[in-house]
Design a protein around this ligand. Structure first.
Ligand code: ADP
Ligand code: ASP
Ligand code: MG
Length: 423
């Protein structure tokens, strides 16, 4: 008998029919004798709708009340899932974040889970109940409802899995695993059978929204066995998952690198749109200049991503270019212009929205030189201009114009031999 956490995303609980389908997956595991915690997202589109309502109510509003509103979608799904399970003869009970409790920081809108007391879940599972837990939400030290940031139900599921020491955390979604790139963009994308935590972490943080980045971080830290699989499969036809050594799907196993025999040079390609670029020219170059630029941005809670700095010929001034999300562009320009009047000296500032960051990721890059060079060649063959470059041990990212994003992803996907073979 195993303990399994089963997470269902928005499209998997989009209506009562889908919830019934998802519940049949749950019933299968219960009938096999397993103890089950289910974690649910809001019904597809619901969270967007709730976010829009808070904006309609007031464009700038209290983050605590934003959380009170947007967390409600998950409460609806958890209740409905429990009702449907009960109707199928599976004893079930719903739990909101505060009832478990899932304790979080008080950073409303992007709270971090700090602790989950598993006692109640253990007690109810031992009594033969399926515990249906709301994803995406928790409770702050001030006893307020918090939310974990968009896509946060994945993180709730992994955190619950770690707390109840689950044998597996199954993320049921609308695709049948993690693909070499977003299958909605590239029809030749291939399902990856096993992917290392590190590669998955890079893919998630560089644009593959199939898992929230924090959920992968947590799974890696807590050694949670994570499977991404389809909720649309016929619940009665799913082959049993293999054991540790012979795992063959269905879905994608996210695991330690040493469980993967064949290490690809490039395992995946990702795309993150809506990246804005800002350049400061003629910044007076003295110690502390980078802090003078990025300090005020950090104080304004603006997250900076790629950074490039060039020293001028005379060594007295420098040009600095960096990227931020499009949504932060106006705020960042204002912050820097204000800094220019006080603590920071520069000649000019310019910038534009609408960039796309394209990345290639693979643990094999550690032992292969020249991946970056081949990536630049593949893009230049398509006439795509590269504006910025960053690399790390297992990834290379470039910033290009957004209109070339799909072309670039397809070109790189083909170039690195990731395309699915024609049937
Ligand atoms: P859920 O509502 O189940 O949480 P999401 O919409 O958050 O589902 O995530 C699933 C989606 O992630 C897929 O429909 C797919 O379009 C997208 N996606 C992006 N990159 C990838 C990838 N590399 N592999 C699989 N899916 C991806
Ligand atoms: N419902 C939340 C969202 O849409 C959380 C999730 O689905 O993971 O972001
Ligand atoms: Mg999601």
């Amino acid at each position: 008998m195993a303990t399994i956490v089963m997470k269902f995303g928005g499209t998997s609980v989009a209506d009562i029919e889908r919830i019934r389908h998802a519940a049949r997956h749950v019933k299968r595991e219960v009938d096999a004798g397993h103890k089950v915690c289910v974690v649910v997202s809001a019904m597809s589109g619901k969270t967007n709708e709730l976010v829009a309502l808070t904006r309609d109510a007031a464009p700038v509003h209290d983050a605590r009340e934003y959380d009170a509103v947007v967390a409600s979608g998950e409460q609806v799904s958890a209740g409905l899932m429990s009702i449907v399970l009960q109707e199928m003869g599976v004893p079930a009970r719903s739990f909101a974040g505060w009832q478990v409790p899932i304790e979080t920081s008080d950073a409303h809108g992007s709270a971090r889970i700090t602790n989950i007391d598993p006692a109640l879940l253990f007690d109810r599972m031992n009594a033969g109940l399926v515990c249906v837990v709301t994803g995406f939400q928790g409770v702050s030290p001030h006893k307020r409802i918090t939310t974990l940031g968009r896509g946060g139900s994945d993180t709730s599921a992994v955190a619950v899995a770690a707390a109840v020491q689950a044998d597996r955390c199954d993320i049921y979604t609308d695709v049948d695993g993690v693909y070499t790139t977003d299958p909605r963009i590239v029809s030749k994308a291939r399902r990856i059978e096993r992917i290392s935590f590190e590669e998955m972490l890079e893919m998630a943080s560089l644009g593959a929204k199939v898992l929230q980045t924090r959920s992968v971080e947590l799974a890696m830290a807590k050694k949670v066995r994570l499977v991404v699989r389809s909720s649309f499969d016929d619940p009665d036809q799913v082959p049993p998952l293999g054991e540790q050594g012979d795992w063959q799907g269905p879905g994608t196993l996210v695991c330690d690198e040493d469980e993967i025999m064949e290490k690809q040079i490039v395992s995946g390609v990702t795309c993150a749109k809506s990246e804005a670029k800002i350049t400061l020219r003629g910044v007076k170059d003295n110690p502390g200049v980078a802090a003078a630029v990025f300090g005020p941005l950090a104080d304004a809670q603006i997250v900076v991503d790629m950074i490039v700095q060039n020293i001028s010929d005379d060594g007295k001034s420098t040009d600095i270019t960096f990227t931020i999300p499009d949504a932060e562009f106006d705020k960042a320009m204002t912050v820097l212009k204000e800094a220019g009047e006080t603590s920071l000296e520069f000649d000019s500032i310019s910038g534009s929205k609408g960039g796309a960051k394209i990345s290639v990721i693979g643990v094999g890059m550690r032992s292969h030189a020249g991946v970056a060079a081949s990536m630049f060649r593949a893009l230049s063959d398509k006439g795509i201009n590269i504006q910025l470059i960053t690399t790390s041990e297992i990834k290379t990212s470039v910033l290009i114009e957004e209109e070339y994003a799909e072309l670039a992803v397809r070109a790189l996907h083909t170039y690195y031999g990731l395309d699915m073979e024609e049937a």
